[in-house]
Design a protein around this ligand. Structure first.
Ligand code: TXA
Ligand code: MG
Length: 570
């Protein structure tokens, strides 16, 4: 098949010629053909999302596993009710703010969207891409366009038309060149069928921007680590070890100086290095591709796939890569690098184990933390960090003042009582406040965690899950106990009446909240705190051993699983 190339890099020239190219591409799509399209994130391989046969051809051209659903691309939020059911108002709030743009929303689907497109799920992924040419093509075609990234399965995504031609020439009817992609990593995927919404894939829209608008969201486990054998991510595509270049990749996290030094210690003559611009001079004898400056996350997003692809044309036997911190676009860039590495993270980082400990009052969190301390662990008290950040960060105080005017006194100190009244019993106001505070807390916590270079570090936070702090942890643990026991313990511990103790317990989130959101549960029915502390020591000892073993092997997968997945890659 001859792939027709449509050059639409410049849309300011001959209007008639441009319109003709747009209608030609739209016509191919309407007739069931495949056209590669530019978007602001990565190039997509488009087909009519409502035409089963056209969609089937996408899977064939990419060699994509059939169980991996596609995103449908629309030209505006007015298309949502045509393809989605039970749309929550939040979807429109998000669309108004972030569309067109790198946000994909998972919503309940309507029956008109074929199984072939959604891989049989009862939900559908929808996004409105921010590229004038593709928007014009969708409008002209008048149909939603199903489009996965335009790479062959297993290869890094394509950010230029040349990349697409390399993978797809001769397999598709059309290729629209809209220039290099402005963002460079795929869209952020947010599941709106659960409450709170859940991040399934970090991408071109930073989590911080989402949380600033809608409050805290939860993060799917597949985002931060390799899943265990048999575990299923909510976005089926996240289980594949894709973005993989041919040579094996190892990723080094942590402070840039430290990760660069670690790579410098390990490189051999045939290693390839992927590092920030500043550290390239450290590797005069190696093949080096740079990710951009440490501080420029957008440059890193734009370059990450291209850099990974470029190594495929060279004889390097391994790739050692520096990983940005997880703020802003760094979460998406780091996720793509770690996925390319099959979550093989360099030794320097695997020495540390981070546990998130949460649970209601009286459940036994204090004894559990004491048990971790007994094992030599370091405890990070999030409450203390919260208060410190609140009193020290001027930038954050200004943000809070903008949302809650007047909560700071004239001398600059915070009027806690007034702020308390502002958020008390107002769920959305509290969420706004937390979103601001946690955004500032996370870098501070990251720094404290990074200071623990080996051993166990426990993050103690009652709001571990609402604040997104769970993203920093290898495992989250809910400490729980039957509420009758909790009531009796609080009465004894704080010397209060039964009525008051009951009130305190019922004012908190139920055990079920923690249980369903944490990776593990440590339940406490012991008679005394000492007895529980002993049980907890055993629990954490075993857990730490398992995690060390898992990290040595790059996730809980077996070698066999990984080989199989590498073959099935998307
Ligand atoms: O930026 C992007 O999103 C690009 C451009 C072309 O728009 N597209 C893209 O598509 O990255 P793809 O197919 O490479 O990735 C789509 C991801 C997969 O991980 C898939 O499993 C997930 O979206 N997905 C699709 N439908 C889903 C659904 N109903 N529920 C959960 N995850 C879904
Ligand atoms: Mg893809």
């Amino acid at each position: 098949m001859q792939t027709v190339y449509y050059d639409l890099r410049d849309t300011k020239g001959q209007q008639k010629e441009i319109e003709d190219k747009i209608s030609a591409a739209a016509k191919i799509l309407r007739q069931g053909g495949l056209v590669a399209l530019p978007t602001e994130t990565v190039y997509g391989l488009g087909a009519n999302a409502l035409d089963e046969n056209a969609v089937r051809r996408i899977f064939e051209a990419k060699g994509r596993p059939q169980d991996n659903p596609l995103i449908i691309h629309v030209s505006g939020q007015q298309w949502l009710p045509r393809y989605c059911a039970d749309i929550p108002p939040l979807a429109y709030v998000l669309a108004r703010k972030f569309w067109p743009g790198p946000l994909t929303m998972i919503l309940k689907r309507r029956p008109c969207v074929p199984d072939q497109t959604t891989a049989g799920l009862d939900t559908v992924a929808v996004r409105c891409p921010n590229h004038p040419v593709t928007l014009a093509i969708i409008r002209e075609a008048g149909i939603p366009i199903a489009a996965p990234s335009a790479n062959l399965s297993g290869r890094p995504s394509c950010t230029t038309a040349q990349d697409v031609a390399e993978d797809m020439d001769g397999k598709i009817e059309g290729l629209v060149d809209g220039g290099p992609c402005a963002v460079g990593v795929e869209s952020t995927i947010l599941d709106l069928t659960c409450d709170p919404p859940r991040l399934l894939r970090p991408g071109g829209l930073p989590v911080e921007s989402l949380e600033q608008l809608i409050g805290p969201i939860t993060v799917d486990k597949a985002v931060t680590g390799a899943l265990g054998a048999g575990e299923k991510p909510k976005a089926p595509g996240m289980k594949y070890r894709h973005y993989a270049p041919k040579a094996p990749v190892t990723v080094f996290t942590g402070a840039p100086e430290a990760s660069a030094m670690e790579i410098a210690r390990r490189v051999g003559p045939t290693s390839g290095v992927l590092c920030f611009d500043e550290y390239a001079p450290l590797f005069p004898r190696q093949e080096v591709h740079t990710l951009g400056p440490v501080a420029d996350k957008l440059a890193q997003a734009q370059r990450v796939f291209d850099a990974l692809r470029t190594f495929d044309a060279s004889p390097v036997t391994e790739i050692l890569a520096q990983c940005p911190d997880s703020r802003g676009l760094g979460l998406a860039v780091g996720n793509r690098l770690k996925k390319a590495a099959g979550f093989h993270v360099g030794e320097s980082d695997t020495q540390r184990i981070v546990l998130g400990i949460t649970g209601g009052t009286g459940a036994g969190k204090t004894s559990a933390l004491a048990a971790i301390r007994d094992l030599g662990g370091v405890i990070i008290d999030c409450d203390a960090v919260y208060h410190r950040v609140l009193s020290e960060s001027e930038e954050m105080q200004n943000e809070i003042n903008a949302v809650f005017p007047g909560v700071f006194r004239l001398d600059g100190t915070l009027d806690r009582k007034k702020l308390g009244q502002e958020v008390f019993a107002k769920k959305d106001r509290l969420a706004r406040l937390n979103a601001i505070v946690y955004r500032y807390m996370i870098p501070e916590l990251e720094a404290q965690i990074a200071a623990v270079t080996e051993g166990v570090c426990a993050v103690d936070a009652i709001n571990l899950l609402e604040g997104g702090l769970d993203r920093l942890c290898d495992r989250t643990i809910a400490v729980s106990a039957p509420s009758e026991l909790r009531v009796r313990r609080i009465m004894a511990r704080d010397n209060i009446t039964e009525v008051y103790a009951r009130l305190r317990v019922s004012a908190q989130k139920p055990d079920e909240f923690y249980r369903s959101r944490c990776d593990l549960e440590l339940s406490n029915a012991a008679e005394t705190p000492e007895a529980f502390q002993k049980e907890a020591r055993l629990f954490f000892h075993r857990l730490v051993e398992d995690l060390r073993e898992e990290k040595r092997h790059g996730g809980a997968q077996t070698g066999e699983d990984e080989r199989k997945e590498a073959e099935e890659d998307v």
